[in-house]
Design a protein around this ligand. Structure first.
Ligand SMILES: CC(C)(COP(=O)(O)OP(=O)(O)OC[C@H]1O[C@@H](n2cnc3c(N)ncnc32)[C@H](O)[C@@H]1OP(=O)(O)O)[C@@H](O)C(=O)NCCC(=O)NCCS
Length: 174
């Protein structure tokens, strides 16, 4: 089941985000960060985001039967004048992958964008080395639009490369 995130979800979302980065972003973020302060670093931005619902962003969570959060997506409307809304974070619990949750979460993001008074396209960036997520986005009809640097949020001051994927018509995600 999907539902809008509530302010009290920040700890569970930060924990899932941390686990996902540790499993999937090794090599792109420093080991010192991934093995160290990452969870504490994730808590504050999620607490802040969820405390301000309706400020041009939407966060949706997937929950299982006992209410545990099994995935989430965060979307920022009107983030780019050309490409539209930014799907900033999409993560599914490792044990729940390939069961359709990522597809449902992307559809919820598309639905929110299309419900805006002035609907836009949808875009995201994905690490060049994250070939599994790229395969998922291509299966979801995304177009690889280019390559750009991403400032690693690990305090290293370094940057890594990401691809931009775009959906000029988010309706294809429904
Ligand atoms: C990428 C991610 C969000 C996809 O969510 P998911 O719930 O696993 O994806 P779905 O079950 O909805 O996938 C549907 C289809 O996408 C494609 N797909 C998904 N994962 C894939 C993979 N690892 N390799 C190839 N194709 C894949 C397939 O076509 C799949 O259909 P199939 O299982 O019938 O073959 C999820 O795997 C995840 O959280 N990954 C780790 C974090 C991450 O990389 N997030 C993206 C950051 S930009």
């Amino acid at each position: 089941m999907l539902r809008p995130a509530t302010p009290g979800d920040f700890g569970a979302i930060a924990a899932l985000h941390t686990d996902s980065w540790r499993r999937n972003y090794r090599g792109a973020l420093s080991d010192a960060f991934l093995d160290g302060p990452i969870e504490a670093e994730r808590l504050a931005p999620w607490a802040e985001r969820l405390a301000r619902p309706g400020d041009g962003t939407v966060t949706t969570v997937a929950v299982d039967g006992d209410g545990s959060i099994t995935g989430f997506v965060h979307t920022i409307f009107d983030a780019d004048p050309a490409d539209g809304a930014l799907l900033e974070n999409l993560h599914v619990r490792d044990s729940g992958k390939r069961a359709g949750l990522g597809t449902q979460l992307m559809a919820s993001s598309a639905k929110a964008v299309l419900a805006r008074p002035s609907p836009t396209g949808l875009y995201l960036t994905v690490l060049v080395q994250n070939t599994a997520a790229q395969a998922f986005y291509e299966a979801r009809g995304g177009t690889r639009a280019g390559e750009e640097p991403w400032d690693a949020p690990d305090g290293s001051g370094g940057s890594t490369l990401v691809y931009r994927y775009t959906w000029p018509d988010p309706g294809v995600l429904l």
